[in-house]
Write a protein that binds this ligand. Sequence first.
Ligand code: GLN
Length: 494
Amino acid sequence: MIERNLTDLARALATKRISSVELTRLYLDRISRHNPQLNAFITVDPAASLAQARAADERLARGDGGPLTGIPLAHKDIFCAKDWLTTCGSKMLSNFVSPYDATVIARFKAAGAVLLGKTNMDEFAMGSSNETSFYGAVRNPWQPECVPGGSSGGSAAAVAARLAPAATGTDTGGSIRQPAALCGLTGMKPTYGVVSRYGMIAFASSLDQAGPLGRSAADCAILLNAMAGFDERDSTSLDRPTEDYSRAINTASGARPLAGLKIGLPAEFFGDGCHPEVMKQVDAALAEYRSLGADTVAIRLPNMSLSVAAYYVIAPAEASSNLARFDGVRYGHRASDYRDLDDMYCKTRAQGFGAEVKRRILIGTYVLSHGYYDAYYLQAQRIRRLIANDFVEAFRQCDVIAGPTSPSTAFRLGEKAADPVQMYLSDIYTIAVNLAGLPGISIPCGLAGELPVGLQLIGNYFDEARLLDVAHRYQQASDWHLKSPTGFGECSAT
Ligand code: GLN
């Protein structure tokens, strides 16, 4: 069962070959067996999950199940889920039980999916290695001495080790695509505004976007169908007609399914800075794309090199404002010992936030302060516009853009923890996509040594269905997405 894709699981549930309770038990079993090693989950609540599974079984018995009814899914602990501990990987929220559901959670509930558990993550989604979590680092199932990537590292490790069939993540600068690449998964960041941010704890609101992490593009399309859609409770949610993101995938095609597709290769993605072993796999994937009928064209994204610098002004600026709400007054951690209100704020925030979060709050407060605002924040916003314009220009010459997702494979735990700039450069190929608000997907395209390599595909605004299809055609012709780390085989319950 654990090797099945979502379509097959739905079929097995519909034809009563397995019940949702049995399937949920199978995964809960695997979590209790393997999570002590991986630390991918912060919260598992078997009673709550099994109650949802029973409800799903009733729904299936009535014959009104959908594609996700009865399927257990793991959610990044950034999504508020009613009556579940929702920590965002922080001590600040280590006692916060959410009184409401995020829209993403509510939509999965309405689809009949089972909430299998809340996954570990970098504190407030700030990081690329999952090492900033208050709940400890997550290990990469492919190589336990290595990081799974971040900030959605718990979700990625859980799906890679098959402790969950699929999961959700959020991506502010690469946090879905980079862990997908480092764990051998398919992960998509949709166009900004396609998935509601309501109830998703805010890091940098103009960049944050939720998306699916799964084992294939076809699975991600099914998840995105449930996640996407207008939400009047999020002012940046886009009111567009509902789409079926699987529609292109489900269209039959011939031997050269991508004939006519133009793939842009930005010079800036193929220069120095990428590990040669990673580049080798990316080049091989591009050769496969050519044999599927696609043409590759050389393009430029001239302002790409400024993206990390602009991001590390804009994201901390927004974070410093968003995180001002965590003051110990209404919810979350509160220092136990204080003299007066000011002292309570200071001690609460000093105790509740970890070092990386504090660093971002300091940077953000600095770049927004009087006298520096024009020099840093405004300048970064201008660069953001130039980067978005680069993509507009690029999409006049091609349909999708391709390159590596991450400059390296999974690195060792602790390797970059002491050097924030090295850590920030992990997202060198992903950040520009968030600054422009575009959709991007990472798919497994090979192994370097024993570790997975990811290929990133970037689409134009609202081109998710095409992007998923372009990823899917490659997955039909290759089997990198079917590879799994060893040591997490079928357990006795199957
Ligand atoms: N690694 C980036 C950061 O630390 C991106 C994180 C994210 O996408 N949530 O900000």
